[in-house]
Design a protein around this ligand. Structure first.
Ligand code: ADP
Ligand code: MG
Length: 631
């Protein structure tokens, strides 16, 4: 080699090595020296795979002996081009990637004499590639699902060139196990959905349109999961490649399911409350009439009538439960502050004295007082309903236990846990729990209203609940209601006042003749005079006359809300103009919109007891009582 070639070779940015037929290095240019980290003197005479270099292929396999491109070129007599090798730099110990080409040279007899080897450093490219690969892996790992590529060749069967992400989580086998074979993926899809999915895939491949579908799969646990598959096909020279993602949408499916169930629950609740409302009106007639008839009858008939009155009162209790199912059945005004601790104690006392003696009823509490906003009778009904269900579930069990535990949670909620070791609930029963009229009990044994009413009341009190149940083991209801900071109200007066002198004149506005008559009788018995109007319009007309002195002074109005024609709310509005100082007591079984009643002096729930009615009518007529009162 002449001097000018020497300087060219020395200045090249490509490493050049010459190796003799035994692959011993006989020449290295400066670039090769710096790449390989050894001076020419150290390299000379060594074989290509110097142990310090730790030569590997891109897949990490070590390259030894005949695997080395230079040996291949020397042995085959054919040039070897652009083979990628990884070499460890002996000084920096960094892995560098070289693109190696080896060209053999021959003597006049055609024997190989040496190989000229060029080395290009591609570490930068390789590192960039590694980084972008790592980034893709990170992106795929962060996806809440699986990424796949399915290839359908023009001829032959489908393959799965790529699958990654949460394969194990969704299908219970690793991506390596699944790799390549689409049937391994497809067999997870529920057979009802598989045909549909394959059809969608055919259409997508044929028309080049995206696939968007949902399928059910049998997941890792025994529970079925819902997957949404989204794929985009792309034509290639030898077939169609479909790239897509598979996302687990089980949770939103469950949510949609639950929402649908709760909507059905609401609709049924409203229906039940509507029936209860009408039924309640009938009871409002039956009960007082029977009670009055009983008190006026000879002994023999009285017993019969008292039985009838008792049954009517039970019916009223049942109807009251159904009424609580209605949306916003109670005005907020009717709520008081209730100390739950004595209420729970009292309820458990009732349970102890009425349940089978064999049931051990325990109570554990770290709370001395727990004030909650709500209606005492309804809150007690919640506890009773849950305890009664526990009792029923404990029938025939050995060592039956009903355990109640009261705690206050860190977020200031009162938590009442009611646990039984009864027969528990199946998944289906648990799912339908809280649906009005859902019962697993025999006809006449269950109404299917207990839990529905309880949930409704808890909801109205701003609380929530959880239920855990295992068939054969037992059930735990945990009810949480927010604690109130308000002081406890003084208990309202409930004793029937003695009818002394004239109590006032009540104008009864109610469309039901029987209700009017029953109320009139009740009121007269308590010392009131009464007038009856069968509609809002008639009531207002009578009042106008009363004001001009033709019908004597009306001192208070007793107003029904739901009437044909003018509604109670509208009558109330007119009264505010026509007779602003006249007290009005609203008496209704179903109060849909308490805000519209802010002008009423009091609101009573139908059927009101004689005592409630009389006390309220007296109170509102006394100006010193002041403001709005509610019971
Ligand atoms: P009912 O008691 O009239 O059947 P509920 O609404 O109170 O109506 O309860 C509905 C159903 O829920 C019951 O029939 C029963 O199957 C189930 N259930 C409620 N509480 C329990 C419990 N503690 N253990 C087992 N099953 C229960
Ligand atoms: Mg029940």
């Amino acid at each position: 080699m002449n001097a000018s070639w020497d300087s060219v070779i020395a200045g090249l940015d490509v490493g050049i090595i010459i190796q003799d037929r035994e692959a011993r290095i006989t020449f290295a240019n400066p670039k090769a020296e710096s790449m390989l980290g050894l001076g020419f003197r150290d390299m000379v005479g060594t074989v290509p795979a110097h142990p310090q270099w730790d030569v590997i292929a891109p897949d990490g396999r070590p390259i030894v002996g005949a695997g080395h491109p230079v040996i291949q070129a020397l042995e085959s007599g054919k040039p070897v081009r652009d083979v990628m090798l990884g070499v460890r730099h002996p000084i920096t110990l960094e892995r560098i990637w070289l693109l190696v080409s080896a060209t053999p040279e021959f003597d006049e007899h055609g024997n190989t004499t040496r190989a000229v080897v060029t080395l290009t450093d591609v570490s930068i490219n390789q590192r960039a590639l590694d980084a972008s690969r790592a980034q893709v892996v990170r992106v795929i790992d962060a996806l809440p699902g699986v990424v796949f590529q399915l290839f359908r060749p023009h001829r032959g069967s489908d393959s799965l060139p790529f699958i990654g992400g949460r394969v194990e989580e969704l299908f219970g086998e690793s991506s390596d196990a699944m790799g390549g074979d689409p049937s391994r993926l497809l067999r997870h899809i529920h057979r009802h959905d598989l045909t549909r999915f394959l059809g969608a895939l055919d259409v997508a491949v044929r028309d080049g349109t995206a696939i968007e579908t949902e399928v059910a799969v049998q997941g890792t646990a025994s529970k079925a999961r819902w997957l949404r598959i989204h794929g985009v096909p792309e034509r290639q020279t030898n077939g169609v490649l479909c790239t897509g993602v598979i996302l687990d949408v089980t949770e939103s499916h469950d949510l949609a399911d639950a929402l649908q169930r709760s909507q059905r629950r609401d609709a049924m609740s409203d229906l039940a409350a509507g029936i209860a409302h009408n039924f309640n009106n009938m009871l409002a007639v039956i009960l007082p009439n029977v009670e009055m008839a009983a008190s006026a009858s000879p002994i023999a008939e009285r017993a019969l009538l008292e039985d009838a009155a008792g049954a009517a009162r039970s019916a009223a209790d049942l109807v009251a439960q159904m009424l609580t199912l209605g949306r916003q059945d109670l005005s907020e005004k009717a709520d008081g502050v209730v100390d739950m601790i004595p209420l729970i104690r009292e309820t458990l006392r009732i349970c102890r004295s009425t349940f089978d003696r064999g049931i051990s009823i325990t109570e554990e509490s770290d709370v001395a007082a727990a004030l909650v906003v709500g209606q005492r009778s309804q809150l007690q009904q919640v506890l009773l309903n849950l305890c009664l269900n526990a009792r029923d579930a404990l029938a025939g069990r050995s060592a039956p236990v009903l355990a109640v535990r009261i705690t206050v949670t860190s977020d200031q909620q009162l938590r009442i846990e009611i646990r039984d070791n009864g027969h528990g609930m199946s998944a289906e029963t648990l799912r339908r729990l809280g649906e009005p009229f859902f019962t697993t009990k025999a006809v006449g044994k269950g109404t299917g209203l207990g839990v529905a009413a309880a949930f409704r009341t808890i909801h109205q009190a701003g609380g929530d609940w959880t239920v855990e149940s295992t068939p054969g083991i037992g059930t735990t209801f945990a009810v949480r209601v927010p604690l109130s900071v308000t002081a406890v109200d003084v208990a309202p007066e409930t004793a029937i006042p003695e009818p002394t002198q004239h109590q006032g004149t009540v104008l009864i506005i109610d469309d039901e003749a029987m209700v009017r008559r029953a109320l009139s009788r009740q009121l007269r018995a308590a010392g009131f005079d009464s007038l009856e109007a069968k509609s809002g319009a008639e009531g207002l007309a009578m009042l106008r006359q009363a004001v001009t002195g033709l019908s004597g002074g009306v001192s208070v109005v007793l107003l029904d809300l739901s009437m044909p024609g003018m509604s109670g709310e509208q009558v109330l509005e007119h009264l505010r103009v026509q007779a602003p100082s006249l007290p009005v007591v609203v008496l209704s079984g179903h109060i849909a919109n308490p805000d519209a009643l802010s002008d009423a002096s009091a609101i009573l729930q139908k059927p009101a007891t004689q005592a409630q009615l009389v006390t309220t009518l007296r109170q509102v007529q006394q100006p010193e009582a002041g403001g709005t009162t509610t019971t």
